[in-house]
Structures are given as C-alpha cells and as structure tokens.
Design a protein around this ligand. Structure first.
Ligand code: UDP
Ligand code: MG
Length: 309
C-alpha cells in the first residue's frame, strides 16, 4: 500500500470543509483499487469561524482526517508549508477547500505520476468569473516575471499540484521565510506535467484575496525570484551619467559660442524633480529587498500550531 496525502489550507471555510470531503471521497474507489490509501490533512489557518469544529466532526467519522490548527492567520503560504511538513504520504497533493481545484482530476494526475512524472501541475486557461482588472494585472505580473526571473512561473498556474515524496522533500528543504510557492515549484525543477482546465468559481463563501493583498503578494513573488529590480538602479544610474555628460558638453560649447544667457529655471526644476523621483524609486527597491532580508535574518517560525490531531 502507498499513501496519498491531501493537504487542504482553510481560512474561515466552515461551509466548505465537509462539502470538500464529500467531493474528494468520490475518487476514493479509484485509489483503493490501486492500493493507494488517502489521508486528508486540513490546515486551519487561524480561522475565526467553525472551521476547526467542522474538521473535528469529520475526524470523528473518519480517522483518515487530520488537523493542524494555527494560533492565528499566517497566510496560505504558511498553511501549505505546514501541510507539506505534516503530510506522511508517498504522494502529496495541495488543494483549495473551495473546490476550485476539482478532485475529479486526481485520477488523471495520478496516472501521469505512474508514467514517470515527478509532479503534475494545473493551470487555468481562462479567468472567467474574475474581475477584469484583476485578470489584467495578473497577466501583466506573469509577463513581467517571465522577463525578469529565470525560474519558470506559469501564467494561471494554481497551487493544485500532485507531487512525489522526493519533490516534497526538495520543497521542504527550502526553508525561506518569504515563501512564494508558485516560484518554489518551478525552482526545484523535476519532471512536471501540466494539465489545463477552465476556471471554476468557488463553491461557497467568498475569496480571501482582494486586489491589494494580491498586489503585495506579487511584490513578494518578484523579490523572491528576481534580483533584476536591484540591477535597475545601476542601469538607470549609468543612463543618467551619460545624459549628464552630454549635457555638460552641450552647455560648455554653447557658453563658448554664445555666452551665457541666464535662463532655464523651468528645465532645471524638471530635471531635479525627475532625478529625485528616480532616486526615491531606486531607494524604494533597495528597501524592499532589505525588508525581505531583514525578515529572513530573524528566522522566525513560518507558523505556530495551536492544536494538532
Ligand atoms: N487560505 C488560507 N489562508 C489565507 C487565505 C486563504 O489558508 O490567509 C485558503 C482558503 O481557505 C482556500 C485557499 O487558501 O482554501 C484559496 O483561497 P481563496 O479561494 O480565497 O483564493 P482564490 O481562489 O480566490 O485565489
Ligand atoms: Mg478559491
């Protein structure tokens, strides 16, 4: 027998917990026929509703249901990390509890692992049901990442991914505090099969992400997997030096040929505003990386457990 661990991060998802369980159990026969046992590991990310109680109810009925409950909300990244750390399985899959990651894909995904792939990843090919502004910026983010990062980060990639134990251990060996799992998956490599599906709207409840949260998350992604912005400061610096040199030549020659009529206050102000803007921007970039380094150096735990069953 081998074991498949299903890791499910939950934050205020009382309506979805048992609904998800029922949907998942629809594929249970497929796996038991193939000598694969299931375990379901709900990671409660500091929910303030009855999520924990719902999981405990399931656990009374079915001993294969496990719970790790955080002392507060640490974010989905921390929840996924805790799930991977606590999963016992030979295979591990990460799934959202809102059924946006359809369990019906699991048999097909498992099939690819048997063919020799180390991981089977999923991506959405459409973003229907999402606000257009959000989709637009999401696309921009992936386009930018493709240019500035050497790590492969797929547009529309989800965290829904089935992995072998070997790949899970590789991911766990990356202990960084600022986690951006979509990048970490790409960074560790291994043979990955991509499955595509149409976006599915969440079963019940509401999304935990708003535009601002996603924007901050995208900055995490950039600082975690690219140092190109840091180089930007040097490039801009060089460009400005060249410009300054040309200007100096121009001014000297003009002075020699035409004398020096005192004028040019507006252009001077524009130049000062522009260069100080660029300077602030570059200092801001430095600040971003410094802040990340600061958090990294503190070596705080990724999450704190309040209860574990
Ligand atoms: N989630 C979490 N911690 C958070 C936010 C979300 O564990 O701080 C979980 C949530 O319960 C869900 C998954 O992450 O299972 C995806 O969240 P959501 O559906 O809100 O995101 P979306 O699908 O809209 O991107
Ligand atoms: Mg969702």
């Amino acid at each position: 027998m081998s074991l498949l661990s299903v890791v499910v991060p939950c934050y205020n998802e009382e309506e979805n917990v048992s609904f998800f369980y029922e949907e998942l159990m629809k594929v249970q026969d497929f796996f038991s026929e193939r000598q694969v046992e299931l375990e379901v590991l709900y990671v409660d990310d500091g929910s303030r509703d009855n999520t924990v109680a719902e999981v405990k109810k399931l656990r009374e009925k079915d001993g294969r249901v496990h719970l790790v409950s955080f002392s507060r909300n640490f974010g989905k990244e921390a929840a996924m990390f805790a799930g991977l750390e606590n999963a016992q399985g030979d295979y591990v899959v990460i799934m959202d509890v809102d059924l946006q990651d359809p369990p019906s894909l699991l048999p097909e995904m498992y099939g690819y692992l048997q063919e020799g792939y180390d991981s089977v990843a999923t991506r959405r090919v459409s973003r229907k049901g999402e606000p257009p502004v959000r989709s637009f910026f999401a696309r921009m983010f992936y386009r930018l990442m493709k240019k500035i990062s050497r790590t492969e980060i797929m547009d529309g990639a989800r965290d829904y991914r089935l992995m072998t134990r070997q790949m899970v251990d590789a991911i766990l060996s990356m202990q960084e505090y600022n986690r951006f799992t979509k990048g970490i998956f790409g960074w560790v490599g291994f043979r990955t099969k991509w499955l595509e599906y149409e976006n599915i709207e969440r079963a019940k409840g509401e999304t935990k992400w708003n535009f601002w949260k996603l924007f901050i998350y995208s900055l995490d992604g950039i600082t975690a997997f690219s140092t190109v912005p840091l180089m930007l400061a040097s490039v801009v610096g060089v460009v400005f030096c060249v410009l300054a040199f040309v200007m100096i030549l121009f001014i000297i020659i003009r002075k020699l040929l035409f004398g020096d009529p005192v004028s040019g206050w507006p252009s001077l102000v524009c130049i000062i505003l522009m260069t100080s803007g660029v300077q602030f921007f570059c200092t801001g970039i430095l600040g971003q990386y410094l802040a990340k380094t600061y958090m990294e150096v503190k070596k705080r735990p990724h999450y704190l457990v309040r209860e574990k069953l």
